[in-house]
Design a protein around this ligand. Structure first.
Ligand code: PNS
Length: 167
């Protein structure tokens, strides 16, 4: 489908960096399907459903949110894209260090599905240091998450670590 793109990731949890990329994408495409991967080898902090809920809450008041769909996916991303008839994958690239992994993944996906292309977007430069792992680490030690994640995600992280620590 033309004018649609898939924005895949773990989103464990959604960060302000993801949100910045998603906004850019939603202003560029008529439809952006955020696909939340639940088959990653990484152990997730939030369940797939929780991650979807956090994204939905974070974008609900944005004037571009009607162009965003959010779905879980397992298996190969290209199979999901083919099923949805979408041939653009979006990935955010923050720094040169991201590029090696992203380049390998994009070329693997292209080898598997030549009709599907990956488009890289850069977030605002102020957000380039933010990652899911940094956010989880700051949250685990009770740090201030204000500039890292949307407010609803910060609240969910606080609760998650209170529950995990039995507070
Ligand atoms: O947010 P992440 O963890 O960097 O996202 C990585 C993700 C989920 C996009 C990637 O691991 C993925 O596409 N996984 C599904 C399996 C697949 O299709 N891999 C691509 C071939 S390497």
């Amino acid at each position: 489908m033309k004018n649609s793109a898939i924005y895949p990731g773990s989103f464990d949890p959604l960060t302000n960096g993801h949100l910045d990329i998603l906004k850019r994408a939603a202003l560029m495409f008529e439809k952006v399907v955020v696909t939340v991967a639940v088959n990653n080898k990484k152990t997730a902090l939030f369940s797939g459903e929780e991650r979807i809920h956090l994204i939905r809450e974070a974008i609900k008041d944005k004037d571009w949110s009607s162009r965003v769909e959010i779905e879980l996916f397992t298996g190969l991303l290209i199979n999901f894209a083919r099923k949805r008839n979408i041939n653009i994958l979006l990935r955010g690239v923050r720094q040169i260090s991201d590029f090696e992994y992203e380049f390998r993944m994009a070329l693997t996906n292209r080898r598997l599905a030549p009709e599907i292309d990956t488009v890289f977007l850069m977030p605002d430069e102020q957000l380039t240091f933010i990652s899911g792992s940094i956010v989880r680490e700051v949250a685990a030690w009770g740090g201030d998450l204000t500039s890292f994640v949307p407010d609803n995600v910060a609240a969910a992280l606080r609760k998650k670590f209170e529950d995990l620590n039995g507070i």
